[in-house]
Design a protein around this ligand. Sequence first.
Ligand code: G3P
Ligand code: MG
Length: 230
Amino acid sequence: MKELICFAHRGASGHEPENTLAAVEKAIALGADWIEVDVYAVAGELIVIHDELLDRTTNGSGYVSDASLAYLRSLDAGKGQYIPTLREVFDSADRRAGVNVELKGPKTASLAVSLIEEYVRERQWHYEQFIVSSFNRSELKKVRKLNPHIRIGILIDRPRRHYAIFARRYDAYSVHALINIANARFIARAHEPGLKVFVYTVNNPEEIDRLQALGVDGIFTDFPELVVKR
Ligand code: G3P
Ligand code: MG
């Protein structure tokens, strides 16, 4: 059977606070191939956090986008971890795992492209070590417009066909599908034009077995040890 690629979802978020450097380190220690993190733009910086509100994952409150960098950096994101920047995630991963940057907020595309270009140009990373994904198609379009080499992943949570048109037009690398829609037909149709199929978020070993048998290429999981070395 095809080996599964392991994406540590928000880092190894089943073990350490999500989207923190501790979760990145844990994911690498567990052998994850990729780290997935979510980003918003704040004052020209990409900030790593999942929700648009601070309340669930930190001891702060209010909208991430309204906050100052100083306030964001003063918060506890769990177990004394701070909210990292994307740059800190790249530095922490240090080419030991790829980084899947999920663009959550507006105006994230150009900042992500510039940062990736910098790490390719100056820090010996390769374009193959990054995937930029999003539910937001206009941010993905901007990525492609700015750089033809960056791998684009299309996120989908509903069984829609038109993602395939977008994928062809913007030369996407992969489709990142919610587990509920990843059936045999969906997977075959995505594979036909050469898209990789990565499924989120799967923490159940039987489900991972089932998806592997169906031929998916990779799994997003909060527990990387369930996917690595199967
Ligand atoms: O990128 C896969 C997955 O992270 C998408 O959903 O809400 O966990 O960011 P979410
Ligand atoms: Mg995500």
